[in-house]
Design a protein around this ligand. Structure first.
Ligand SMILES: Cc1cc2nc3c(=O)[nH]c(=O)nc-3n(C[C@H](O)[C@H](O)[C@H](O)COP(=O)(O)OP(=O)(O)OC[C@H]3O[C@@H](n4cnc5c(N)ncnc54)[C@H](O)[C@@H]3O)c2cc1C
Length: 477
């Protein structure tokens, strides 16, 4: 980062009010006013719909709280029940900044008590089973709840146990870390601080030699698809700041670094060559780990030419799966992820295909394909793009408008364009703000999507968190 950029960052950090900072970021004075005064407003809107019906929201994370706040404004007489076990609310994107030593762990902790008002019925429990044919669900404590309309906002769950030999208690020991680690039901997010210690342990090791560091990315969809690379680049840059280095391997199941071609090119041709110490292992999926011996085993598919097929006039392709062991000193693990069991095993999930187990909603309207009184928001949705808070923010107004149309027996007109955003932290002080949708790159600002910029770092580090708590969670953005 240049001295000028550092000064600008310090300026933002030290002196700006929220209103000034928003203006500085180029957001409208109206938005600045809203954020500056946010906190008290959750009154209903004069244009609110008179539609009636009992709405049950399942999940009290980013999507569930946003949906609740928006519905309270959009309906004149809302009848809302939220089923959410957690009083503590984690600002999950901040886990990466905790891992990088930029936030303290307590900086990302909030409370659902601040968001769920008395006129919303709050059942502090989890849903165990859904019965959409009878418009009911059952909680873990055995309470049967009926609904007219259902919003599924359960997010996703991690499957560390699917990596043979790995147990949660091994994370944080023996060179193993995982920024994702959190327990949203209990309201804990250990992954950030464990990974910050890991950054420092790698640095200590690099003072004595050249440690072997592996960063992984699994074969399933994951929330914030860029986070595995954020840890790769930030941990490498953390060494570079002290003139140290290590041998980094990025082992990922995919066959490219990023889905958006311009961003993929920048990562391959600008970011990784600048480090000069990263080896990519594409089509490598972590399946087992020996924590004592420090050996990670990956599965990789090898394709070889088989017999010639006279009818097709081509050679058969024979695919074999090989297990590849790799020794490491440090490893950052991103676990396989899926929808929670309650959704995965229910009639609400896609029953087959690549989205099997995720909520079966239409990728445009976010309405369930088979149960029209059911809608989805956030990571649980089985749609082609977007398991990010940024996507959930875009789902919010579309899903709520379509739900109200459904309640009013009108046609559903609002369409989600697939928007998602990945603030790829390519070094301390710089971010590639990769915004894209079903059609490709979709920057909100007239700036090249693949450029590393300090302004996005400042925006992410200082602006997004207050915007999340004061605007998004209150249905104002
Ligand atoms: C390390 C990390 C970095 C990230 N970085 C970014 C980023 O830079 N930008 C970005 O936009 N997004 C980022 N994200 C992703 C973002 O946090 C999620 O996409 C967002 O929180 C999704 O909202 P959600 O409501 O779908 O799920 P969540 O916010 O995860 O909430 C789901 C809630 O549902 C609850 N639940 C689960 N099962 C049940 C059940 N059966 N009954 C009742 N409740 C249930 C859970 O306890 C949880 O509270 C990041 C996430 C992580 C972990």
């Amino acid at each position: 980062m240049s001295k000028l950029e550092l000064n600008a960052l310090n300026e933002i950090k030290s002196g700006m009010t929220r209103r000034e900072a928003l203006r500085f970021m180029g957001l409208s004075p109206i938005a600045a006013g809203v954020l500056a005064s946010a906190g008290s407003s959750n009154g209903t809107n004069a244009m609110a719909s008179d539609a009636k019906g009992k709405i049950v929201i399942v999940g009290g994370g980013a999507g569930g709280i946003m949906a609740m706040a928006r519905l309270r404004k959009a309906l004149s007489n809302p009848d809302i029940t939220i089923i959410a076990p957690n009083e503590v609310h984690i600002y999950q994107p901040g886990q990466v900044f905790v891992a990088a030593g930029e936030y303290a762990p307590e900086d990302i902790i909030g409370s659902n008590l601040d968001f769920i008002p008395d006129d919303v019925k709050w059942i502090k429990d989890e849903v165990a089973t859904f019965d959409p044919d009878n418009n009911t669900l059952t909680t873990r404590k055995g309470e049967k709840v009926s609904y007219d309309y259902l919003i599924v906002a359960t997010g996703l769950v991690y499957h560390y146990e699917k990596i043979e030999g790995l147990t949660i208690d091994m994370i944080g020991k023996n060179g193993i870390s995982s920024v994702y680690l959190n327990n949203l039901e209990k309201g804990t997010a250990e992954g950030g601080s464990i990974t910050w210690k890991w950054f420092n342990d790698v640095k200590e090791a690099a003072k004595k030699g050249k440690p072997r560091v592996i960063c992984t990315q699994p074969a399933t969809p994951i929330k914030c698809g860029g986070a595995p690379q954020k840890i790769l680049y930030l941990s490498d840059d953390f060494l570079k700041q002290d003139g140290l280095t290590a041998d980094f391997t990025f082992a990922l199941n995919g066959d490219k670094l990023f889905g958006v071609p311009a961003v993929n090119k920048a990562l391959n041709e600008v970011v990784q060559p600048r480090y000069g110490n990263i080896t990519n292992k594409f089509k490598h999926n972590l399946v087992a780990i020996d924590g004592e011996k420090k050996i990670a085993t990956f599965e990789t598919k090898v394709e070889t030419k088989g017999a010639y097929d006279e009818d097709l006039e081509e050679y058969e392709t024979i695919t074999t799966v090989e297990r590849v062991p790799m020794e490491y000193d440090f490893i950052h693990i991103v676990p396989p992820m899926s929808a929670p069991d309650a959704v995965f095993n229910s009639a609400l999930a896609w029953q087959k295909g690549s989205a099997k187990g995720w909520l079966e909603v239409d990728q445009d309207t976010l309405q369930h394909n088979r149960y029209p009184n059911v809608f989805g928001i956030g990571d649980v949705c089985g749609i082609p793009l977007g398991k990010t808070g940024g996507s959930a923010r875009h789902h919010g107004p579309i899903m709520v408008a379509n739900l109200i149309s459904q309640m009013e027996k009108k046609a559903l007109t609002e369409k989600f364009d697939g928007y998602t955003v990945c603030p790829l932290k390519t070094q301390y002080g710089k971010i590639i703000l990769a915004e894209f949708n079903y059609l490709g790159a979709a920057p909100s600002f007239p700036l090249a999507v693949e450029e590393e910029r300090w302004i996005w770092w400042a925006f992410d580090l200082y602006m997004l968190k207050p915007m999340y708590w004061h605007l998004m969670m209150r249905g104002l953005m």
